[in-house]
Design a protein around this ligand. Structure first.
Ligand SMILES: Nc1ncnc2c1ncn2[C@@H]1O[C@H](COP(=O)(O)OP(=O)(O)OP(=O)(O)O)[C@@H](O)[C@H]1O
Length: 669
C-alpha cells in the first residue's frame, strides 16, 4: 500500500522538477520511518536521528515556501469563474462550426448580467469585501457600553420605529421596531436601544418631537449612534391569524402610543398577527395588503385587564333576541290589516312539480323551512313586528362586540368531509327564500333544506317528517332547554324551530344543507362541525327594487295578495344596513339580489366556492372558547435570561406608560 502511494507520487505525469524533488523527499521520509520502525533501537536514538535527518530540513523549507506563496499570490484554488468564462468564450469563438448549444452558451456568458454575476461571485469567493475596519483596542474599560453606528438610507417608506423619552434621565430609546419596516429589515435597531446621536447631534434631553424633526429634515443617509440593548431575545412565536370583529381606527384612539404606527381595520378583515410581545399593542398586517410594514393594533389584553372603554365598537345595540311576550302584551298592540300576523300555515311548504329538471320522475318534493312559517310575520313593519312575534337561538344573546378578534384557520374541505352548511341571511323581503327555493328546485339531489319542528297540529295530507316534525309543546320545550334548536320562534301561538339534528340529517345524506337564519342566531351554527359558509343577501337600491319587485306572486299564492310599497323598500334597505353594520364580520360572501337570474348564478358560484376553495374559518367555537379568553401570548416577552446592560436596566425600569412615544417617520416630507 505504502509502496503504491510512493509510486503514484513519483510516476504522476505532468510534474515539474520541483514536484519530482518533493516526491523524492517524501519517499525518503517514508523509507526512514519504515526503517526506524523495523529497527529495535531506543527512543532517544530514534528521535536524534529523525531530527537531524536532511529530509526534515527539506520539508520545513518546503512548508515555509508554501506559506510565503499563499500570502503573496492569489490562491490558485479560489474560483476564477469570470476568467474561466473568458476562456470558454475564446474556445467557442475558435470553433469553425459551433453547435447550437455552444452558441447559446456563448450568448449567455457574454451577457453583461452574467459577467457581473461571475465577477461578484469571484469577489465574494476571495472575500474581497472592501474596506477592512481596524480591530478594536485590546483594553476596553469595563463600565463603557459598546456603541453601534447605524446608517440607514432614507427613502419614501416610514422608518418603522418609535422612540420614547425617559423624563428622569432625558435619555431617548427606541420604543418599538415595526415588523417589515425599514428599521426592522436593516436588523440594526432594536427596542430598548439607547439613541445617543442622530447625524452627529446628541439627542439626550431633547424632546422626541425635536428628534423626529431632525430625522425629517435629514436627506440621504441617516446616521444613528446607539447603545444596543443586547442581547436581543429571539422571538419565535408563530404568526396568528384572526378575523377582526370590530372596526378600528388608530386616528380616533386616544390610547394608542403612536397613531401613525397604528393600523386601521374593519370588521371581517383577516389579520396576521406577527408580534404579541407587547402586552398592550400587537403588530399585525392585513392579509393581501400590498404593504410589507405591520401596524400596531390593540391587544386583547387591553380589554381583559384594563376594562378599557369599548370605544372601538359599535354603540351598544340591544340584541334582537326578543323575550316572549305575554298574551296581554300581544293584545296591547293595535291589530290592523297592515300589521296583523296572517296564518300562512297553508303555505309553509311548496310542492314542486313531480317532473324533475332533467325530466326524471321524482317523489313529491317539499321545500320545508322555518322561515316560511314566519314569512308574512316578517313582512310586517319592522318596528311593530318585534312586539308580536319573536325568535331565538343558542347564544343569540351573545354581545358581538365583546371580542376584538376571532382566531381563524385556513380550511380546505377534503373530498371526504361532509359538505359545509350554507346559511343565507338577509332582511325580510330581500329574496332569501326565493333564492333558496330556486336553488333547491333546480338541483334537489344536491341541495336540501332541513325539516322544521312545530307544535301546531298536523293537517290533512301532511305527513310527519315531511312538511314538519309535529311535536307536542312539552317535547318542543324539552328541545329548547337542551339546546337542540339552531333557531326557534313563535307564530300565531305555535312554536316552530330548526333543529341541529335536522340539519345533520341533510348533511348525513351527502347533500348540501341550505338554511336561512335570523342574524342573531348566527352563533348557533358557527361550530367546527358545521363550518357554516354565511352568505348575506343584500337588496339593490330602493329604485331598483321598485322596478324588479312588481309581482309578489309567491307571497300568498292563492291565499293572500300583498304588494310591496315604497315604505317596504325603504325598510328593507334600512334593515339591510343595520344588519350589515352589526354582523358583517360573520359574512363570508355578499350577494346583491338585483336581477333574479344573476343572483341565482352568484349564489350557485358562492356555494361551489365554499365547498371547493380554501377559506378562513373560526379556529374554535367563538361563544365558548374565544381568543379573548385564551390569548396565545408569546412567552419571549417575559424572557429573563438576557444579560443586563446599564441601558437595558434603565429601559426595563422605566417601562411606564406615561412616556412620550412618537413615530420616527421619514415619509412625511
Ligand atoms: N331578484 C328578484 N327580482 C324580483 N323579485 C324578487 C327577487 N327576489 C325576490 N323577489 C320576490 O320578492 C318577494 C319576496 O321574496 P322572499 O319571500 O324570498 O323574501 P324573503 O327575503 O324570504 O323575505 P321573508 O322572509 O319576509 O319571506 C317574492 O315575491 C319574490 O319572488
Amino acid at each position: 500500500m505504502r509502496q503504491s502511494m510512493e509510486e503514484e507520487l513519483v510516476m504522476q505525469p505532468g510534474h515539474d522538477d520541483n514536484d519530482v524533488g518533493l516526491a523524492q523527499i517524501l519517499a525518503e521520509v517514508v523509507e526512514e520511518v519504515r526503517l526506524s520502525i523495523d529497527r529495535d533501537i531506543n527512543g532517544a536514538d530514534l528521535l536524534y536521528s529523525l531530527l537531524s535527518a536532511p529530509w526534515l530540513y527539506s520539508l520545513l523549507r518546503v512548508y515555509e515556501c508554501l506559506v510565503q506563496h499563499s500570502q503573496d499570490a492569489p490562491n490558485p484554488y479560489l474560483p476564477y469563474s469570470w476568467r474561466l468564462s473568458q476562456e470558454v468564450m475564446a474556445s467557442v469563438r475558435g470553433l469553425a462550426a459551433p453547435s447550437s448549444e455552444a452558441q447559446e452558451l456563448y450568448i449567455l456568458l457574454k451577457c453583461p448580467h452574467m459577467q457581473a454575476l461571475l465577477s461578484a461571485h469571484d469577489s465574494v469567493a476571495q472575500r474581497d469585501y472592501g474596506p477592512v475596519l481596524p480591530s478594536l483596542p485590546d483594553k476596553l474599560p469595563n463600565n463603557e457600553e459598546a456603541m453601534r453606528i447605524v446608517c440607514l438610507v432614507k427613502n419614501k417608506q416610514p422608518l418603522g420605529a418609535t422612540i420614547r423619552k425617559n423624563e428622569k434621565t432625558g435619555n431617548i430609546f427606541i420604543a418599538r421596531v415595526i415588523h417589515g419596516g425599514l428599521a426592522d429589515r436593516s436588523g440594526l435597531l432594536h427596542p430598548g436601544d439607547k439613541l445617543v446621536e442622530v447625524n452627529g447631534q446628541k439627542v439626550r434631553g431633547l424632546q422626541p418631537e425635536r428628534v423626529i424633526q431632525m430625522l425629517v429634515q435629514s436627506h440621504g443617509n441617516i446616521l444613528f449612534k446607539v447603545i444596543p440593548n443586547t442581547p436581543q431575545p429571539t422571538y419565535s412565536q408563530p404568526a396568528l391569524y384572526v378575523r377582526a370583529m370590530v372596526d378600528y381606527s388608530p386616528l380616533q384612539d386616544p390610547a394608542i402610543p403612536c397613531s401613525d404606527a397604528g393600523m386601521a381595520f374593519s370588521k371581517g378583515d383577516i389579520l396576521k398577527i406577527v408580534d404579541q410581545r407587547d402586552i398592550q399593542w400587537w403588530q399585525a398586517r392585513k392579509l393581501h395588503s400590498a404593504s410589507l410594514c405591520c401596524g400596531l393594533i390593540p391587544s386583547t389584553n387591553q380589554f381583559r385587564y384594563k376594562q378599557r372603554e369599548l370605544w372601538w365598537s359599535q354603540p351598544y345595540q340591544a340584541h334582537t333576541c326578543i323575550t316572549p311576550l305575554s298574551a296581554a302584551d300581544v293584545g296591547e298592540e293595535e291589530i290592523t290589516d297592515e300589521n296583523k300576523c296572517i296564518d300562512t300555515d297553508e303555505e309553509d311548504f311548496e310542492f314542486v312539480s313531480e317532473e324533475g329538471e332533467n325530466g326524471e320522475h321524482m317523489q313529491g318534493l317539499y321545500i320545508a323551512g322555518f322561515r316560511h312559517s314566519l314569512r308574512l310575520w316578517r313582512r310586517k313593519s319592522y318596528s311593530k313586528r318585534k312586539r308580536s312575534c319573536y325568535s331565538c337561538g343558542i347564544s343569540s344573546c351573545h354581545n358581538t362586540s365583546a371580542n376584538l378578534y376571532e382566531e381563524v384557520l385556513h380550511y380546505q374541505r377534503h373530498i371526504d368531509d361532509p359538505p359545509r352548511l350554507i346559511v343565507l341571511i338577509g332582511p325580510s323581503g330581500v329574496g332569501v327564500n326565493e333564492l333558496r327555493r330556486r336553488l333547491i328546485k333546480i338541483n334537489p339531489n344536491t341541495y336540501q333544506g332541513p325539516i322544521s319542528h312545530t307544535t301546531r297540529s298536523q293537517k290533512m295530507g301532511e305527513k310527519n317528517g315531511r312538511e314538519y316534525h309535529f311535536v307536542t309543546k312539552e317535547v318542543f320545550a324539552y328541545m329548547v332547554v337542551n339546546h337542540k334548536f339552531l333557531e326557534y320562534g313563535e307564530h300565531n301561538g305555535h312554536m316552530y324551530g330548526t333543529s341541529l339534528d335536522s340539519v345533520q340529517d341533510v348533511l348525513d345524506n351527502g347533500k348540501i344543507c341550505v338554511i336561512d337564519l335570523e342574524p342573531h342566531c348566527i352563533h348557533s351554527v358557527r361550530t367546527k362541525k358545521l363550518k357554516p359558509y354565511i352568505i348575506f343577501v343584500r337588496p339593490p337600491s330602493p329604485a331598483r327594487m321598485r322596478q324588479t319587485r312588481k309581482d309578489p306572486h309567491f307571497l300568498a299564492n292563492r291565499y293572500i295578495k300583498k304588494y310591496f310599497y315604497d315604505k317596504d323598500f325603504e325598510e328593507i334597505e334600512e334593515a339591510s344596513r343595520t344588519m350589515e353594520a352589526k354582523y358583517r364580520q360573520y359574512f363570508d360572501c355578499v350577494i346583491v339580489n338585483d336581477d333574479l337570474q344573476d343572483s341565482c348564478m352568484d349564489l350557485f358560484t358562492a356555494i361551489q366556492h365554499a365547498q371547493e376553495e380554501p377559506q378562513w374559518i373560526p379556529a374554535s367555537c367563538p361563544g365558548l372558547d374565544s381568543l379573548t379568553a385564551q390569548p396565545r401570548l408569546s412567552s419571549s416577552h417575559t424572557n429573563s435570561s438576557c444579560a443586563t446592560t446599564p441601558a437595558r436596566q434603565e429601559w426595563e425600569e422605566n417601562k411606564r406608560p406615561d412616556f412620550r412615544v412618537c413615530d420616527v417617520k421619514t415619509s412625511a416630507d
